[in-house]
Design a protein. Structure first.
Length: 422
């Protein structure tokens, strides 16, 4: 695992924002408000644990911008999460929603806890108390949480229930990524991975890589990593390496992804720990990032490709399924080495696009079929990809810079149209 003590994801986001503003020749007055989140809430709350003792937990909800619509963003559970991480993630949501042009602003939430050490009952209590504490901020027309690192459909169901109890009636539109039976959308669970697969397809076409002969390494084998691995494998890609927090695996001829997914389904913490199969070797997590492959897909967490290891990456293309896996300085090194990076705010936007569909279905009390969801997702992702690609050609910029320019332009325009500033 790559760590960098001085790494601050919010500073990283600000560097990108300032560079994009510079390229667009914006005055500081035009975008200064976007350097600050609109709202930050820190909460502390008690939970009675299964052993009868009371433990205190800290949670956050940050709303970066509501200029283009209600705030939207995931909720993560992690023992080391910081307010700066949540602020960065909230801002990335603003840019992501603007890149794919859906009518949302950006937000993010987190609770400092280690889910691997908690029972399901304790997780439910934490979720319910956290929801009660952030209740004034959320709602279908204000701010809509969704799953992220270490949270899933169950957690969204508990948030929906807690919010609905306070309101006195059922409010499915307060969260997305819920179980289908209580208002979730078909296709939402796989949506981020589907978007990653669509975008990988598009970039492969642009640079003449035949997906059916391509090799892929994926860091992170949770919701996003598994769906991306499964779909790309179905397209014919050889997934030569995958990893999770417990271990990393390699097979030159390609791993049996279906078998690995089934293995995690039976593991108490959904991990690959202890997985064995003929021809599969265990490798170092860091070595996975340095493999000579066509596509490297970081799908775990931020700050993985840094100035310390960017010089060793041998992939032709990095498709960022995780949020913020590449630091600002690493980006410069990768650019010098002609390694293409498809940025997170484009590559992993499939999740929020289908979240948007789920919210629309909830508001209208409609249920779309899965083909409808996937066809519209494909259309939106491909349009966003083309817009970013064309801007990158026009400005001779990286794809990341082009995505930021597209997003920033849309958010600044919204602010001006609303008369927030001249
Ligand atoms: P998840 O909790 O389902 O899975 C995370 C995976 O990463 C797990 O397999 C975990 O073991 C692994 N992991 C954690 N640290 C690791 C490390 N150091 N090395 C290797 N593997 C490690 O989370 P997820 O929902 O799949 O989210 C993954 C990333 O994608 C996050 O950055 C998240 O913000 C981003 N993302 C998620 C969604 C979504 O819809 N869930 C949408 C957009 C972006």
């Amino acid at each position: 695992m790559t760590t960098s003590r001085s790494y601050n994801p919010y500073e990283n986001m600000l560097q990108l924002l300032d560079s994009a503003a510079d390229q667009l020749e914006l005055n500081l007055d035009d975008y200064i408000s976007l350097r600050y989140p609109e709202r930050e809430l820190t909460v502390s709350f008690p939970v009675e644990m299964d052993n009868g003792h009371v433990e205190m937990f800290t949670g956050y909800r940050v709303q970066h911008s509501s200029s283009r619509g209600p705030c939207k963003g995931g909720l993560r559970f992690a023992p080391d999460v910081t307010i700066d991480e949540v602020k960065a993630l909230a801002a990335w949501m603003t840019w992501k929603c603007a890149v794919v042009n859906i009518p949302y602003g950006g937000a993010k939430g987190a609770v400092r806890c280690d889910p691997s050490k908690l029972t399901k009952k304790e997780l439910m209590q934490i979720t319910r108390r956290y929801t009660a504490m952030i209740l004034p901020l959320i709602g279908p027309e204000k701010d809509i949480p969704a799953p992220d690192l270490n949270t899933n459909a169950d957690v969204m169901g508990w948030i929906m229930d807690t919010y609905s109890m306070f309101k006195g009636f059922c409010v499915p539109g307060v969260v997305t990524g819920k179980p289908i039976e209580i208002g979730g959308s078909l296709g939402r669970r796989e949506a981020t991975g589907s978007g990653v697969a669509f975008i990988t397809n598009e970039i492969a076409k642009k640079i003449n890589i035949d997906l059916t002969y391509s090799s892929v390494a994926i860091q992170g084998f949770g919701n996003v990593g598994q769906a991306a691995a499964y779909l790309l494998n179905k397209e014919g890609c050889r997934i030569v390496a995958v990893s999770d927090i417990s271990s990393s695996f390699y097979r030159e001829e390609g791993l049996n992804i279906q078998d690995m997914i089934e293995y995690t389904n039976h593991h108490p913490h959904h991990l690959l720990e202890g997985y064995t199969a003929p021809g599969v070797s265990v490798i170092n997590n860091q070595d996975l990032l340095n493999l000579k492959v066509d596509f490297l897909i970081p799908a775990a967490k931020e700050n993985q490709i840094t100035s310390e290891n960017a010089g060793k990456v041998q992939a032709k293309v990095i498709v960022e399924a995780a949020n913020g896996p590449t630091t600002f300085n690493a980006d410069t090194i990768l650019k010098e080495r002609n390694i293409i990076v498809v940025p997170d705010i484009l590559a992993n936007a499939g999740g929020v696009v289908v979240s948007y569909f789920e919210w629309v279905q909830n508001i209208q009390s409609l249920m779309w079929d899965e083909n409808e969801v996937n066809a519209l997702l494909l259309k939106i992702m491909n349009k966003a990809f083309d817009e970013v690609w064309n801007l990158h050609l026009k400005y001779h910029s990286s794809l990341r810079m082009a995505a930021y320019m597209l997003a920033l332009n849309r958010v600044v325009k919204a602010k001006k149209l609303r008369g927030i500033f001249p």
